[in-house]
Write a protein that binds this ligand. Sequence first.
Ligand code: C2E
Ligand code: MG
Ligand code: MG
Length: 622
Amino acid sequence: MTASDPRLHRDPKRLKENRRKFSGALVLKMSKTPSTDGIDSHDAGREEVELVRRQYLESEQQFRSLLESLPKVAVQGYDRDRRVIYWNEGSTRLYGYTAEEAQGQLLEDLIIPAFMRDGVIQAHDAWIKEGVDIPADELQLKHKTGELVSVFSQHLMLNEHTDSPLMFCVDVDLSDQKRAHRDLEFATRFDRLTHLPNRQTFEVDLNSLLDSCRRQGHGLATIYLDIDHFVEINDALGYDQGDRLLIELTRRLRECQRVTDLVSRVSSDEFVLAFPGVHLPPDVRRVVRHVQNVFREPFVLDGRERQVTACLGVALFPENGESSRELIRNADVAKNRAKLEGRGAVRFFQQKLHDELVRQHYLSARLEEALDNGEFSLHYQPQVSAASGRIENLEALIRWEPAEGPPISPAEFIPLAERSGVIHRLGDWVIEEACRQQVEWRAKGFHEHRIDINVSGRQLVRPDALKSFEDSLQRHGLGPRDIGIELTENVLIEADETVLEDLRRLYHRGIHIAIDDFGTGYSSLSYLKHFPVTALKIDRSFIHDAPTQPKDRAILEGAIFIGHRLGLEVVAEGVENAEQLSLLREMHCDLIQGFFFYRPMPAKEIDRLLGGFVPGHEGLSS
Ligand code: C2E
Ligand code: MG
Ligand code: MG
């Protein structure tokens, strides 16, 4: 039953009826028990009186036991001066006084809190003198200990028009309902584990904070915090340690919080904070540093100290959003961007970032569909011999031409495919298509060139990736001279033993394995001797600046030299002009790939090129 329960509300008819019955019983209790004195000696008359007397006694007994048997219903009776004349067991439970303690005490001294005292006395007076009912109501009355107790209280007046009117109060204990209500309210507004406001509460609080910032012309910084690799902590150490981390983090965040700042936990490992009055770049940097410092000390988890990090996204009011929802979303966008950069990164929201993320989301969602619709194709970029200018190999480069809209660069969609896992399907498609094309070219009599395909690191996460590559070759009747692969340095460094074993097998079978974008990844060269590779493809950034930048030139020369000393073929990527070409020739680079000779082109154009229908490039004859 709640306070709004209609059963508890005053129904005047019912109340009157109750009062009549109640009054009957109480008249009995208050009036003297009928005596047998003065009753004539008629037996019949005596019996009748005796019967009525017994009925009265029984009725009073029943009434009393009814009142006593209701543990949650406290009934008290007060005389004209509001002194207790009746106090049931329920009243003792509810207010702490025993019947003996309560007897004769004033209502207002006993259970009425000071702030209600005058009102109660006046209401009681008005009832007795003018018949103004005291309406039933939800009240907070006083326990013996001084604590307030929530009750629903109804009042009845007996012997109303006599000299000794009695007021009876029937109070129902509402503390369970109140507690349940409070618990429910807490659960809907706060996080159970950390007791921080949840997302909804934070949104409301932030909106009112923004109102006051607006009035005072203040700025505000919103910081979205996401713990790095929280899932791993949960998986490795168990949920209780994960919870422990969250609680400790909450404690630290609260410690660096000013009264006006807001902190909330919005999802499992995500917190959002708001700092009003923070606007100028140095202030923003300061609060960001504050939040970062929370992670400076290690966290003790499972008895051991562990360094925990988090990525932060920052959105500023008013420039990055006017409402709490907008600010939280944009801080989240910035945080997601920070996540891409790795542990502990911080990013500030920029509209450009947001647009980029929206586009990435759209493209990711479209990738599978695009595969089904045949929107992908392979283009091929020839690699020519630096010495003779002959086309030696072709690098297969994937192209996405959506049915609608402009082509999308692989530099944009390959990372998305890697993240979403579509790279496996995409990679399989590339292998199949390159094999199919090579078989077609071989059938046309083009036997010289090899096709190199790019294999991304994520593809190798699948344990059978390289085996399935070999199977494809076999299925198409192709061998090591037909198809090669390109991997980036980082892929090799991060490869596990199974991948390395597979690579060694490919290597020993004579399959061409090139290190792509050489020079941009790992900074040590010593790894080169450990890996089963056959060629280095020097990144185009070194080629680009070599003619003018002595340092790039030195690196280029060094890379070619080392490659040769290790018995590797050296390819220069991104050669765009004659100076670069002559430099590379001087340095005895083996193969040249770049726009100066050929751009990547569709298979049909390669057909014409290999068939001799297209005149050679000027670079070939020089
Ligand atoms: P990459 O493997 O290093 O490919 C060379 C990139 O340089 C290609 O860009 C190519 O068009 C471009 N390029 C070639 N010559 C020149 C030049 O002279 N100047 C300039 N400025 N650029 C030149 P593309 O086709 O946009 O591919 C970008 C990257 O996407 C590739 O870099 C590769 O990492 C990845 N990619 C392309 N196709 C595939 C594929 O089928 N599978 C996988 N996993 N990755 C691919
Ligand atoms: Mg490549
Ligand atoms: Mg490259």
